[in-house]
Every structure is written in C-alpha cells, then in structure tokens.
Design a protein. Structure first.
Length: 439
C-alpha cells in the first residue's frame, strides 16, 4: 500500500492576515481505497488477510488561493479531480494531507439532491437546509418565500422531493444555496441538468452574486460560460492542478490538451460501442464506420466549419432489392440533429442487384461542419425500401463518437449560423449612426 509522506492535516480556520482570501488550499491531497470486489472491503475491515485495496489519489498536492469577490472556474476532463476539490473546500470530506482554509459563510450545490430528505416536502427541506446553515426561525420565515419564488416549483413545493425530477432538484437546491445570502458559493455541474430558461436565470443570479462581492467557485464544461464569468481558472488533470491563470489563457491550454488527446480518447470510446442496440434482418451487414477530416485522415476532434467524412463499410450476405444506407447525427444528450440517406435526394443513388459476397463503402461528406462545440455521436441506418414500410436490415445505434472543439467561440447553442448584425442609432444631436458586423 502506498503511504503518504505528509502527515494528515485537518480543515483549519484562516488567521487575520489571510483576510483577503475566501479560500486557501495548500498542498491538499485526497486518497481513496479501491477494491475489485465488495467482499474484499469486508475482509479487510475484519482484518482477514490482505490488504486487498489499491490507492487512488483523486487529488495530489493541490495549491489554490481565491481572493474574496472572485469568480473561479475549475475545468478538466471527467475524473480530473474537480468535484473532489470542491468537496474538500466544502468540508464534505477532509484531505489526507495539506490544509483547507475558508473564511465566510459557505453554501454548495455539489451533488444533485444532496442534503435533502426524500420523504420531506420541498418546503420542509428548505427549513431543514436553512437550519443546518445556522439560520434562525425568523430569518427562515423571511427567506422561504424568496426561495420558493426563485425555484418556480409551484404546487410541487409541498410534495415530497422523492417525486421531483432532476431538474426540480436543481431548482430547489440552487434556490436554497443562493437565497440564504452566502459569502462563498460552490457549484458543480448540476446546472447542466436544468432547462434553458432556468439555466439563464441561474447565470443571472451568479452574476448578481459576483457583483455584490460574493466568491464563487464552479465546475463547468461550458468554456463559453467560463470565459465570460471567471477572473481566474484552474485546469485539473489526473488529480493535479496543471495550469492556473486568466480564463482565456487556461481555457486555451485546455483546448490544446483536448485536441492533442481527443483522437486517442474518443477512438477508444468508439471501440466500446458494442453495448448499444443493433437490430435488423441481416442480409447486408455494416462493418467499420470511419470518421475522417478534410485531409482524409481518421479523426475524432473537429472545429466548426471543417470538412467531415463518414465511411460505412458493408458486406452483402443475401440479395436485397432496394437497400438504403443512412446516417443520423445526435448530440451526446440524445438530441436528434440530422438524418440523411442516399435515396431521398434530388439526385438519388439506387443500389440494385446486390449479391452475396459483395463488399463496398458508403461515403457521406459534410462540408463546412455547422455544429458548435460539444460531443456528438452517429447512428447508422440500413433499411430495405422495396417494401411498403422500410424494414431494418442493419440498424446500429451509437456507432461512433466525435467531438467539436471551438478555440474561439462566438456563438452558443447547437448550430453555427451565418449572422449579420446591424444597429441603427438616433443620437441626441439628431445624427443617425449605423453600425454593422458580419459573422
């Protein structure tokens, strides 16, 4: 078992000379013990043989200082240690080494529904959460209508939270966390669960909180929000803070890492697609599905506006009168973006007389990829269109994954659109001014 050379140090209170900082993390590390089987944990607890655990360092000697009133973003790939760092700052867990110093009332929205009792109503959970934060009965009575109003839960506020959707959990959790007038606010990726309207409302509240002098630390994969909101950003990788500084500089460093590692990481993800549904009669079988860049080389990371080519290899096992290949593009959350095939076109391609033993490649080229930053996947369709209702020959869900990375994002949403802006101003002196901006 690996031993930590540093003696464990518990959470501490900052001294007066550290008053300019809301948070100071000095050399903090966090270790978890992993077991291959649950039984091994029990045997180790009973001291029967062993040890059978493996050490996993979720965080390694991290240093982070956050001045009062700053908005700080934590970015990095999944498993980099971002949530662990937030939990250490929140005091949910303690470091195995180093110190965490926090100055000011702190609230957090780290895990969906954390701290809520599932049998209690939303209103009862508001009182419970406020009491835990040390808020008195009169203050709770004053804050409760504000929290309910912000959450927009309506009649659901008096129903047990176990009946809530994930989005409703976020509404209640964020409303409680921000309406109790904290000095420090910690937010994990929970905001990505809510609907677009409520996410916008939350962002406005975060901006108001920052303008009032509050300190915010949030984990986000939305680099647009990170660039626009944060004065300071820390990039984590495999438990270490590998870069700190201005939002633009650190976000650019992250994108370079994603670009460098993306093809390798996503191609590995593509090799694990076998878990997704596949069905059909099987007369023709689709095999490898390749994604290529504008140079004709295999790729899994693209920029908006690049060329993308998909090659679907197939093998014929039995005759089909009218086979049609298609591809569906989906965002990682399952949003259907586009579906296309080679027959439903002004100049259709008809495949006739397919015979057993035939092999081939069906190619789709997308010029000027119009997608904005995010992760996407493809589903391949192969249907027999000679029948009254097209019948699946080989339908494969989630056959490959690719990512779009935009180093200089100027739009938000799903599609890259050609936009033209114009502002017409009637100035006080009577002059007319026209300002134009092309995309």
């Amino acid at each position: 078992m690996t031993t930590n050379p540093l003696a464990p140090v518990q959470r501490s209170t900052p001294s007066s000379e550290q008053g300019t900082y809301s948070i100071r993390c000095q050399g903090i590390s966090k270790r978890y013990q992993l077991y291959d089987k649950p039984m091994h944990r029990l045997l180790d607890a009973l001291r029967i043989g062993g040890p059978r655990s493996k050490d996993f360092w979720a965080l390694k000697s991290a240093y982070l200082e956050i001045r009062k009133g700053m908005t700080v973003g934590l970015i990095g790939e999944n498993g980099a240690g971002k949530s662990t760092l937030l939990k250490l700052i929140a005091g949910i867990t303690v470091p195995d080494s180093g110190t965490v110093q926090v100055s000011g009332r702190l609230t957090s929205l780290i895990e969906l529904g954390a701290g809520f009792h599932p049998e209690f109503s939303g209103r009862e959970n508001i009182r419970l959460a406020c009491s835990i934060l040390g808020i008195g009965p009169e203050e709770i009575q004053r804050l409760t209508p504000l929290i309910i109003d912000f959450s927009e839960l309506g009649d659901f506020i008096d129903r047990p939270v176990k009946t809530y959707s994930s989005g409703m959990y976020v509404r209640l959790g964020f409303a409680v966390a921000t309406c109790v007038e904290p000095e420090i606010l910690l937010v994990d990726e929970a905001l990505s669960v809510g609907d677009e309207h409520f996410r916008g409302k939350c962002m406005r509240r975060l901006n108001e909180f920052a303008e009032s002098g509050g300190t915010t630390v949030f984990v986000s994969h939305d680099l647009g929000a990170v660039r626009s909101m944060c004065q300071h950003v820390a990039l984590l990788h495999e438990g270490e803070i590998v870069e700190q500084g201005s939002a633009d500089r650190v976000a650019d460093a992250y994108l370079k890492r994603v670009k460098a590692r993306g093809d390798e990481r996503l191609s590995m993800s593509n090799r694990e697609m076998g878990e997704y549904p596949r069905w059909g009669s099987g007369e023709i079988q689709t095999e490898a599905v390749d994604v290529l860049n504008g140079s004709g080389k295999p790729a899994a990371v693209f920029a908006p506006g690049e060329d993308l080519t998909v090659r679907v290899h197939y093998r014929v096992r039995d005759h089909v009168k009218d086979p049609v290949f298609g591809l569906g593009f989906y965002r990682s959350d399952g949003t259907y973006i586009n579906g296309s095939n080679h027959e439903w076109r002004t100049d259709p391609i008809h495949l006739e007389n397919t015979q057993p033993g035939e092999t081939g490649v069906v190619v789709l080229r997308v010029g000027d990829l119009p997608l904005l930053q995010g992760q996407y996947y493809l589903t391949s369709f192969l249907y027999d269109h000679s029948k009254p209702s097209p019948t699946a020959i080989d339908h494969r869900e989630h056959v490959t994954v690719f990512q779009v990375v935009d180093p200089d994002p100027r739009q938000h949403g799903l599609f890259l659109m050609s936009t033209h802006w114009k502002v017409e101003r009637q100035l006080a002196d009577g002059e007319t001014q026209i300002l134009k901006s092309e995309s």
